[in-house]
Every structure is written in C-alpha cells, then in structure tokens.
Design a binder for this molecule. Structure first.
Ligand SMILES: *Cc1c(COP(=O)(O)O)cnc(C)c1O
Length: 348
C-alpha cells in the first residue's frame, strides 16, 4: 500500500552504498572511506542549544570568506556537500524532462541525486588517462542538459582534471558546471574558485569532511555567483546547519595550522605508500594521486580485498566499476596503519 504511494523513480531507486554499508564489521584499520586518519582539529564543546541556529551562518561565512578570499554572499553552507549536490539537481533539473552529465568513473552521489529527482544521467566516460573527454561532453549535451558534474581531484581515480579542460567546458557548456573539490587540499593544482570572477555558470564544491578532518560534522560548502547562492538558500531547509556545527566549523577554521600540518603529513605518507606499493608483486599499476587516497590496480582485487579484510584492514574494492577493473582504492592512513598495510601486502 505505502509502496503504491511512492514515486516510481524513488521506488526503483538504488540508494548510495557507502563504505560503511559495504563493510559493517569490526576492524582495526579502516582505510576505506577517505577520512582523515589523524583525527580532527576540534572536539565538541557545549553551548546552550535551546535557540535555533543562524539560518544563513553569517559568522561561519565570515571566517570562510577570510580563508578562501571570497565574499560571504558567494558562499553556501550545506549539510555536507552532498546537500549542495542534491539542491543543485532539484533547482535546475525538471524531473522526468531534464538531464545532467557525469564523467565516470566518479563520485556516486551525482547519479544518486539525479535518480532521486528523476533526472536522466548522460555519461561521458573519462579517457583512459582519466582526463576529461571535452569534445564528447560538448557533443553529448542537448537542449535539456542543465548540469555537468566534474570532480577534481576525482574520486575514485585520484587525479586532478586539467584546468584548461575545465575552463574550456565552463566557456562552452550551455548549463551549470559543478566542480567538486572535496580533495583540493591535497592537490598541487590550485582551486577552480578563481573561475568565479569570470564566469557565472560555475559552482565549486568543497567540504570539511576530508582534509579538515570533520566527516562526522556534516558541513560542506558551495562557492558560486550570488544568484546561484540565492537559489541554494531558497531551497535548503531553513536550519540546515546546527548551532553546534556552525561553532565547530568556526573552531576548525581557527585551527588551520592543525589542518595544514596534517595535509603535509598525508601527502608525505601518500608518496611513501606509493613507493612501497610499487615494490609489491601483486601490484600492477599505481595511479597518480592528488588526493588522500590511491587507486591501485592489482592482479586479483577480490582476493586481495578479502585477504586484507581477514587481517582487519579494510579498503574500498572498486574493481566492479567500469574503468577501474581490478582496482582497489586505498585511503592514506597514519604511518602505523600504512606500515601494517604494506606488511600484509608484502605477504600476499
Ligand atoms: C567525500 C566526498 C565528498 C564529501 O561529501 P560530504 O557530504 O561533504 O561529506 C564530496 N565529493 C566527493 C567526490 C567526495 O569524495
């Protein structure tokens, strides 16, 4: 009965499967969700919570504005960047009519949000080098294409997209180009935020979930021109960021030294891990990474995944994804965790 009342696309929806969906058990080393292995710069401090929070997070945006060099009116704060992704689809795509473009292999939430909203997904796969197929993207767009989702550095491949390709798409694409920069803090390449000064059809997404060490907090950001920020604010639930979260996000921004220290540590560990992985016979290919994880092609991904799982080391098995055949995605852990990983992989 209830099922009959549900929208057909929601009924048929295959929900996003998170790392914690795919592995629920006990383990000593979790390297499967790209969290910050070093912890977080703040823990919870209590303040009276009887009053509603600032719906537009003015204080938090002031701090963000200072650090990012963007005016507060060009900043949206969401319940994770996942909220911004969903809002963008709901704002721009007419259900059952419009479409958006993704470039797989990439982050799964773009497609899930599209499916939830009954929006068609047009896929233009990345080239074998994991670079954008600019020509195909422009070829594929039609009069019903509203959004293009780019992810740089890309999850799960780890590479940054070429700035020139992204700018070209921003110039030539007929809709909004969303550039997801969840891993930008680990990248050599600067943020695409600078495109905002020149183009009105760009949205840059960033998050507190990765380098900022606050995946448990659920705070993400979108940077865009004032019209798009206005639309996001119009559609979002009024009090989407709790008072505690606003306060903790501000505390984190005041503790930027912690974050920068651990970005350097993570990049250092990533490079060490790549060197060590290269010496392991089962490893076929190590993809370049600008993120806090490494995509590694191995001889038999399922068997290695299971062997390491039995040792209490969990990574993300991405081998069923087109373009990532036989690949495991390994989050950079602490020095001890990485050493344990290498020890176990050496014994394969
Ligand atoms: C982890 C991740 C996010 C973060 O989402 P939040 O909702 O902010 O935690 C966004 N995009 C990509 C590509 C990611 O890998």
């Amino acid at each position: 009965m209830i099922n009959d009342l549900v929208r057909k696309n929601i009924r048929n929806l295959r929900p996003y499967s998170s790392a914690r969906d795919e592995f629920k058990g006990e383990a000593s080393v979790f390297l499967d969700a790209n969290e910050n292995a070093f912890g977080s710069p703040v823990s919870f401090s209590d303040e009276s919570l009887n009053r509603y929070p600032d719906p537009l997070q003015a204080a938090l945006k002031q701090h963000l504005s200072h650090i990012k060099g963007i005016p507060p009116q060009n900043i949206f704060v969401g319940n994770g960047s996942d909220e911004a992704i969903d809002l963008l689809v709901r704002i721009f795509c007419e259900p059952g009519t419009d479409n958006l473009i993704t470039c797989p292999p990439t982050y799964g939430m773009y497609e899930v949000s599209a499916n939830i909203n009954d929006v068609q997904v047009l896929e233009v796969p990345l080239l074998p080098s994991f670079a954008l197929d600019v020509e195909q993207i422009l070829e594929k767009q039609n009069e019903r294409t509203k959004l293009l989702f780019l992810c740089s550095p890309n999850n799960p491949t780890g590479n940054s997209l070429h700035p020139h390709d992204m700018e070209l798409l921003v110039q030539k694409f007929n809709g909004i180009v969303v550039i997801d920069e969840a891993y930008i803090n680990y990248a050599k390449q600067p943020s695409a935020i600078s495109l905002l000064t020149e183009y009105e059809n760009v949205v840059v997404l960033q998050t507190f979930s990765k380098a900022w060490g606050l995946a448990g907090l659920r705070v993400g950001m979108a940077f865009a021109n004032e019209i798009i920020i206005g639309l996001l604010n119009k559609v979002k639930p009024p009090y989407n960021i709790s008072k505690a979260n606003q306060q903790l996000a501000i505390s984190a921004l005041q503790n930027i030294n912690w974050v920068n220290t651990h970005i350097r540590a993570t990049v250092h560990q990533r490079n060490l891990l790549m060197q060590k992985l290269a010496e392991i016979p089962a490893v076929q290919k190590i993809h370049p990474s600008d993120a806090n994880f490494i995509l590694v092609e191995v001889k038999d991904a399922d068997s290695i995944y299971n062997t390491l799982k039995s040792k209490g080391i969990i990574m993300r098995n991405r081998s069923k994804i087109k373009g990532c055949e036989n690949c495991l995605r390994i989050t950079v852990g602490t020095p001890d965790e990485n050493a344990l990983l290498i020890k176990e992989m050496t014994q394969l």
